[in-house]
Write a protein that binds this ligand. Structure first.
Ligand SMILES: [Zn+2]
Ligand SMILES: [Zn+2]
Length: 231
């Protein structure tokens, strides 16, 4: 089984925007979509505590539309990576304790290390609500339907901006972001973009995305399962 951590990265300013349990609803919706695609047995989302970035790290940068306050992409990736390591250690330790207890109860000789190997937790998704910059140029990704992937050894850090999906209608917002996360999960299992009626088909605009159903096409799903080693 593979775990994927999901967290929200905020600063004090936008915490109220993300109130009303929106992150929890996004998490639930993605879990529902994994289930619809029949992969919830193999991959589980874990909702982690949010990460707060201090406003002192904000950088003011000039753009075509005036000044924008942004965080460094590198700082965000570093924060997500250390969060993954920390949570991972915690979970693996808990898992080990459970296995030991189980083995004791059953009086069996369970090879705990073999059992632990089956349990992967190498991926984390961070949802951000503020612009990011990479060195000096303003990071246009904030406005685009694109996630950022960074591989560090066998770990993978993904960052997704909520901005292009924004709507006053929270149910619509939840659905748009959840589909975006499903798409990024697809990339994290090595899928490329796809031309079929598929969640891996990138949208031209938000209306296009709203029409997209939350499914991987048969080819993408087969490739995902193969890449993940599930078949
Ligand atoms: Zn993509
Ligand atoms: Zn596809």
């Amino acid at each position: 089984m593979e775990l994927i951590g999901i967290t929200f990265i905020s600063n004090v300013r936008d915490e109220k925007v993300m109130g009303n349990g929106i992150i929890f609803r996004i998490y639930e919706r993605v879990a529902e979509y994994l289930n619809l695609n029949d992969i919830s047995e193999d991959t589980h989302l874990v909702l982690l505590h949010k990460i707060s970035l201090d406003p002192v790290y904000l950088i003011s940068i000039p753009t075509e539309n005036g000044k924008v306050k942004a965080y460094s992409l590198k700082a965000v990736i570093d924060a997500l990576y250390s969060k993954l390591l920390e949570e991972r250690e915690d979970l693996v330790w808990k898992r080990e304790q459970n296995l030991q207890e189980k083995a004791k109860k059953l009086g069996e000789n369970v090879n705990i290390y073999d059992e632990l190997k089956k349990f992967k937790f190498n991926k984390i998704i961070g949802i951000v609500s503020f612009p990011l910059i990479d060195r000096n140029p303003y990071f246009g990704y904030y406005e685009k339907f694109l996630g950022i992937h960074k591989k560090i050894g066998e770990k993978e850090v993904m960052v997704l901006s909520i901005k292009p999906f924004f709507s006053e209608d929270t149910d619509l917002l939840v659905d748009r972001v959840a589909k975006g996360i499903l798409h990024e999960i697809g990339h994290s299992y090595g899928l490329d973009h796809c031309e079929n009626s598929c969640i891996m088909h990138p949208p031209k605009n938000i209306q296009d995305w709203d029409r997209r159903r939350p499914y991987f096409c048969a080819e993408c799903l087969a490739e995902l399962k193969k890449n993940a080693g599930w078949i």
